[in-house]
Design a protein around this ligand. Structure first.
Ligand code: AP5
Ligand code: MG
Length: 215
């Protein structure tokens, strides 16, 4: 089973991806995590992506698609993948469908986490992620047991460089003007599932499982 998580910045894609990956034994693939890892390592792709990422702009399709296709190579051996943050436009969605078809696979469901803009801003301002693996916390809604330390791997928690007021607004503008159209793309394929993302983390997870027929 291959799943896509669609949703604005702060809607809970990373949070739910971790839970669904564990529940179904899926391989989690987050485009933002791939970029942050490449930038931290200083790879050529990471260096090219950095200025776009730091502005809160989308990284050019050819660069992002290249990284995702590379990541999909091992997919045939895995039980399935859960994509978080990719695709973000029609061009990326088309490439993904074509690549999966070549591999004899397809997307089973695209899950849209619907959250109003005001709540997204609040969540992102309180978000911290861990240095080692990008595990996600929130000082208000999902705090770590020890402040500043990841519960899972004990690495340091930090705030992302793109989680500042102005950049958050810019990223949200891109989502609502461009990426949101993908809900129509997957609805036309009969694969769209929409979930109310304003509920608690556990309730959102339960709602997703119910819509997948796995609650
Ligand atoms: P990326 O890392 O994907 O960031 P994003 O899309 O901005 O999404 P976020 O990670 O901000 O939000 P999320 O939905 O994962 O929320 P989370 O679970 O953390 O991309 C970063 C950048 O990389 C882009 O701006 C772009 O430059 C580039 N990029 C990435 N993909 C690309 C692509 N395909 N093409 C081109 N460029 C690309 O939750 C948010 C907070 O809320 C957390 O604190 C969490 O604890 C909390 N929370 C979550 N759920 C709940 C809940 N139900 N109740 C209360 N709190 C909650
Ligand atoms: Mg994320």
């Amino acid at each position: 089973m291959n799943l896509i998580l669609l949703g604005a910045q702060g809607s809970g894609k990373g949070t739910q991806s971790a839970l669904l990956a564990q529940r179904f034994g899926l391989d989690p693939c987050a485009s933002g995590d791939l970029l942050r890892e490449a930038m931290a390592k200083g790879t050529p792709a990471g260096q090219q992506a950095r200025p776009y990422y730091e502005r809160g702009d989308l990284v050019p399709d050819e660069l992002m698609v290249g990284m995702i296709l590379e990541r999909l190579r091992g997919l045939s051996d895995a039980r399935g993948i859960i994509l978080d943050g990719f695709p973000r436009n029609h061009a990326q969605a088309d490439v993904l469908d074509a690549r999966l078809a070549e591999m004899g696979q397809s997307i089973a469901r695209a899950i849209y986490l619907e959250v109003p803009r005001a709540l997204l801003l609040e969540r992102l301002s309180g978000r911290y992620i861990c240095r080692a693996h990008g595990h996600v916390y929130n000082i208000e809604t999902n705090p770590p047991k020890t402040p500043g330390i990841c519960d899972i791997d004990s690495s340091e928690l930090y705030q992302r460089s793109d989680d500042t007021g102005e950049k958050i607004q810019h990223r949200l503008d891109i989502f609502f003007s461009e990426t949101l159209q993908l809900t129509d793309y997957y609805a036309r394929q009969g694969k769209l599932v929409t979930v109310d993302g304003t509920q608690s983390i556990a309730d959102v997870n339960h709602a997703i499982l119910a819509k997948l027929g796995a609650a």
